[in-house]
Design a protein around this ligand. Sequence first.
Ligand code: T3D
Length: 260
Amino acid sequence: MDFETIEYDAIDGVATITFNRPNSLNAFNDQMIAETIVALKETARDPAVRCIVLTGRGRAFSAGQDLKDVEAREQKISFGEHLRQGYNKLVLQIVQIEKPVIAAVNGVAAGAGCGIALAADIRIASHKASFIQAFSKVGLIPDSGSTWTLPRLVGYARAFEMAVTAKRVSAETALSWGLVNDVVPDEQLMEVVAAWSRSLAAGPALAIGLTKRAMHKAIGMSLPEALLYESQLQDIAGRTQDFNEGVRSFLEKRDPEFKG
Ligand code: T3D
């Protein structure tokens, strides 16, 4: 696939999407939003892809919406329409795809860039990474799902503080708040992420996908509803070859070979 604002590769079950506008700290212009949506569609379509990594080229993950692009927009569409046509689709793709998504947060993640990192299932941060809900600095409200993801990840008080102060949260603080899964030295980031993604890609793909679906659904359910839904999905997982292989490998005291 030919992209100009992102890089895409898929090797050994892991698709990596790299935001590639380093001179603008990987800020999203319309082309980068559109290309990311196309790349995510490809990850959903390709059965060989079992794990997705999002990262940024250069010193940033992404500085969010390209503010120069906003200034230059020829046809003035409303911010709401711009969100509905772009970021909302992108965030929903990340959340709804039944494959694990890892954000390898290599540097600052601000505004919509922060929202996109928060939509991933796992965040591994370089010690140089930071998280900024930059929206209030430009008189906007958090978008790209941040009003939904952030309070769930760090609780309302910290989420509200981040939103209204637009303060920079360091990788270490993010770890202590549960905003990221791990913080690693910058030079080890992609190596550590590769170990995570390889391990997830070798896992029971259907069960991992159903786990993601169940957890997202359970957020809006009562306990009795969640228990019922778990039992329905377990019926599906329990009928897979991966389940048989998991049990057999346990009894034979060897590592499982999941086929997904
Ligand atoms: O339209 C809609 O749908 C609405 C949706 C909005 C969603 C949003 O994301 S709103 C929030 C937009 N993002 C921001 O407000 C963040 C703006 N950037 C910053 O605050 C800072 O750049 C950072 C804190 C992220 C990093 O600071 P620093 O000091 O490390 O770097 P810098 O010097 O500010 O930036 C380096 C270059 O990147 C610079 O370009 P230059 O001067 O070297 O040519 C800067 O202009 C450019 N850059 C950084 N962020 C953006 C950007 N260019 C365009 N848009 C940006 N968001």
